[in-house]
Design a protein around this ligand. Structure first.
Ligand SMILES: Nc1ncnc2c1ncn2[C@@H]1O[C@H](COP(=O)(O)OP(=O)(O)OP(=O)(O)O)[C@@H](O)[C@H]1O
Ligand SMILES: [Mg+2]
Length: 186
């Protein structure tokens, strides 16, 4: 299985989502974008300007979509596009989807950093005006994403740390599991 996570908009959560899915699935992780992934996911993560196409890999793509990225998008089983509920993020997300939609087999949009119930609905309805065959998921605002990048623990590992983490992260963990299980169950 090949999963690409991309959005030319920065700060939408591509890196913690890619890292956590890769670790929880036991997959490799590649990125064209500088981050701490090689330190927190040693032997499994690689940053390179030209990521190589391999199986069982999650790709964390920042920046614009060049031909090398497009080849990996074409080979991906699923493309995940995280987006926050802000005008600029939605605009860049629509542009990003426009560039890849004729190549991607399936596109999941994840509304990230949501605070209110209306955030998810607003992201979904704004993007659905432009495209009709997308799938929408939500990962609410939570410290778990920052903690994952800081500790090198996946969202599943952080949730299972102790009784306190299980209660603190319960709702965001359930949202994450919905996404993770798509890949676990194919
Ligand atoms: N659902 C969330 N709730 C709260 N904070 C989040 C969430 N997702 C990501 N973050 C935090 O937002 C910040 C920016 O996210 P991050 O750097 O992962 O985005 P990115 O899409 O990888 O950006 P870039 O293109 O710059 O690499 C990070 O500190 C991250 O921990
Ligand atoms: Mg990143």
């Amino acid at each position: 299985m090949i999963i690409s996570v991309l959005n030319k908009k920065g700060g939408v959560g591509k890196t913690p989502i890619s890292f956590s899915l890769a670790k929880d699935l036991g997959y490799f992780l590649q990125s064209n974008d500088n981050s701490v992934i090689e330190n927190i996911y040693p032997d499994m993560a690689k940053i390179t300007p030209k990521p190589q196409l391999i199986d069982n890999c999650v790709y964390d793509f920042g920046g614009f979509v060049d031909t090398g990225i497009l080849d990996i998008i074409k080979a991906s089983d699923v493309v995940i596009v995280p987006c926050v509920n802000e005008y600029n993020s939605i605009l860049r997300t629509v542009e990003t989807i426009e560039e890849i939609k004729s190549y991607a087999k399936a596109i999941l949009v994840i509304a990230t950093k949501t605070e209110k119930e209306s955030d998810f609905k607003q992201v979904q309805s704004a993007i659905e005006e432009y495209f009709d065959d997308l799938h929408f998921f939500e990962l609410k605002s939570s410290k778990i994403f920052k903690n994952a990048i800081e500790t090198g623990l996946s969202i599943d590992e952080l949730f299972h740390e102790n009784a306190l983490s299980k209660s603190a992260y319960k709702s965001v963990y359930n949202q994450y599991l919905t996404v993770l299980n798509i890949f676990k169950n194919n």
